[in-house]
Design a protein. Structure first.
Length: 380
């Protein structure tokens, strides 16, 4: 089912001004984009709009350790297609700042989140943004779980359409609702309470659900094990017990722990973590068991690293990426650190679909829709 009665390819775009919401929140170092995955994902839609003679106004947000300017994204894009960057604008001068746009030209506005109204789903801000264009394209699936102005507000005022990436995300992730079997779901990362509905939804749909990363610590704690200095979200024991009774939940059988005082790490059983240690990764035995499950599976969904990826404990995550890349299973992979691990081993093409969404992917799998999807359904 298409979101809109007309799909983007069926719309005459020549001479039309298109407001496109991009999801190009990418890491930057020394003013340069260091992971271009999300930018590469939106290029087909941008290039199509240019080829069709549309006048393109692109909007996005960005947040990273070096600040919050889209200038590095504009510089990156300029190596592929001409982009005019509008650095300083507000609701009163945005039309003047954008100025005259030629057919086939792309104008990129500075970070939407410089304006507090973006996160507030503000009607007046939505009117301002929509006044710039004839139609709207959502190419920011990764943000479409947010009730933000550029996601749900703008389509109230001008016709809204899915971008190519957005449509691909929705169609590919929907395969998890009627998957091939055996079905393996691998869930890592943190924030257990936000992922409980997802685990409960798939616990009887997937043959196996592997719970790793900081999520596993909640299971260990509920079973009376010490997790030392590890990141921990305490969850009601009855929830853990209910999930474990399904017999489909798999937990790490060994873990890598780190003692920061002595700068030492070791592999141990989850039941033997010392008070001064923190769990930082899944162990080699766990990876072996998980790789065997991958081999047996015909459908695999994976979101979230198996260890503290940002701190360099990426061994289990990278090993799982290698195992999955060589499997015959249909694979759906998402989450920033997870996709980074895939990119690190240079095997993006070995996976069936890499999602640009982390939280958006999980929310879609849980509820089978997103605010951004519903906004397009209700668009003019």
């Amino acid at each position: 089912m298409e979101i809109n009665n007309n799909i983007l390819e069926q719309v005459s775009l020549s001479g039309k001004t298109v407001l496109i919401r991009l999801g190009v929140n990418v890491p930057v170092k020394d003013g340069k984009v260091v992971n271009d995955f999300r930018i590469r994902k939106v290029l087909p839609t941008l290039e199509y709009l240019v080829e069709q003679g549309a006048k393109v106004v692109a909007i996005s947000h960005i947040e990273n350790k070096e600040g919050s300017s889209l200038r590095p994204v504009a510089d990156y894009l300029n190596e592929i297609l001409p982009v005019r960057f509008v650095e300083d604008w507000d609701v009163n001068n945005v039309k003047g700042k954008v100025g005259h746009i030629s057919e086939g030209e792309v104008v990129l506005l500075e970070n939407l989140r410089f304006h507090s109204a973006e996160k507030e789903n503000d009607n007046e801000f939505a009117r301002v943004l929509s006044s710039l264009a004839d139609l709207y394209v959502n190419e920011a699936f990764s943000v479409s779980h947010r009730m933000h102005t550029s996601i749900v507000g703008v389509p109230k005022f001008i016709p809204g359409y899915e971008g190519f990436l957005f449509r691909s995300e929705r169609e590919n992730l929907s395969k998890a609702f009627d998957p091939l079997h055996p079905f393996l779901f691998v869930l890592g990362g943190a924030k257990f309470s936000t992922k409980i509905p997802l685990i409960e939804k798939f616990v009887n749909r997937a043959e196996k659900i592997f719970v790793g990363g900081a999520l596993a610590h909640s299971f260990f704690d509920a079973q009376g094990m010490s997790v030392g200095q590890s990141l921990l979200e305490v969850v009601e024991n009855e929830i853990i017990e209910r999930l474990l009774k399904s017999n489909s939940v798999i937990l790490p059988t060994d873990v890598v722990v780190y003692d920061s005082e002595n700068d030492k790490h070791r592999v141990t059983k989850p039941s033997e973590v010392r008070d001064n240690e923190m769990i930082v990764d899944a162990g080699p035995e766990t990876v072996k068991i998980l790789s065997a499950e991958v081999t047996k599976s015909k459908f695999v969904v994976w979101n979230g690293p198996l260890g503290n990826y940002e701190k360099g404990f990426d061994g289990a995550t990278v090993d799982l990426a290698k195992a999955l890349s060589s499997s015959q299973a249909y694979s759906l992979v998402g989450g920033g650190d997870t996709v980074a691990a895939v990119s690190a081993i240079g095997s993006e093409d070995s996976f069936s679909f890499l999602s640009s969404g982390g939280g958006a992917m999980l929310d879609f799998l849980s509820s089978e829709t997103l605010p951004g999807i519903e906004a397009l359904k209700g668009s003019q």
